[in-house]
Ligand binder design. Structure first.
Ligand SMILES: Cc1cc2nc3c(=O)[nH]c(=O)nc-3n(C[C@H](O)[C@H](O)[C@H](O)COP(=O)(O)O)c2cc1C
Length: 170
């Protein structure tokens, strides 16, 4: 599968098979995240891999009661060990860098017939409590990972290029 096919096939997966993920596949998707670019190569991302069923259930509760989050065999809790450094453009590095690593993970997952869903609706303090994450660490996203119960490709609802792209000036 080439990158464009992976991009076209990726979708938010909210139903997972009750099937564990092979260790090599888990390592392969994490490796895709590890190789992501980051501002000044800061690599502030840190990933907590949660496989324990009860802990996953608690995470789902902390994620606005989105039960499917706990139904995937793995939840990747994407964190940043960060000093909240900003770039010259005044954007903070860590949310951007963690997001790039996670996007690598979503695309590598597709290649390995796995599904993911970005989860931004969660209570950071509660997630930290559940996992014993230190105060100074930020939790950026949760990401369930598992075999989709429906692997079909869905049509993406997106704005047209005409709407989102301007050439040469705004
Ligand atoms: C930063 C971010 C946070 C998101 N948070 C949630 C979430 O908490 N729960 C959820 O079900 N989907 C969440 N989504 C998934 C989006 O709803 C989804 O990506 C969007 O509707 C496009 O659909 P697609 O991923 O199937 O292409 C999130 C996506 C992103 C990028």
């Amino acid at each position: 599968m080439d990158v464009l096919d992976a991009i076209k096939s990726r979708k938010s997966v909210r139903r997972y098979l009750d099937k564990s993920i092979e260790k090599e596949k888990l390592i392969a998707v994490l490796e895709a995240g590890r190789l992501a670019p980051s501002a000044s190569n800061r690599q502030e991302w840190r990933f907590v891999i949660v496989r324990d069923r009860e802990t996953r259930r608690k995470l789902a509760e902390a994620a606005d009661e989105q039960a499917f989050v706990g139904e995937a065999p793995v939840v990747i809790v994407a964190c940043a060990e960060t000093d909240s450094h900003t770039m010259k453009c005044e954007q903070p590095c860590y949310p951007i860098d963690v997001a790039i690593a996670l996007d690598h993970i979503t695309l590598a997952a597709v290649e390995l017939e796995l599904g993911t869903c970005w989860i931004g609706a969660f209570d950071e303090e509660r997630v930290k409590e559940i996992l014993g994450i230190p105060e100074e660490i930020r939790v950026v996203e949760l990401m369930p990972l598992g075999y989709p119960s429906d692997p079909s490709i869905v049509k993406k609802e997106r704005l047209s290029l005409d709407t989102i792209v301007k050439y040469e000036h705004w």
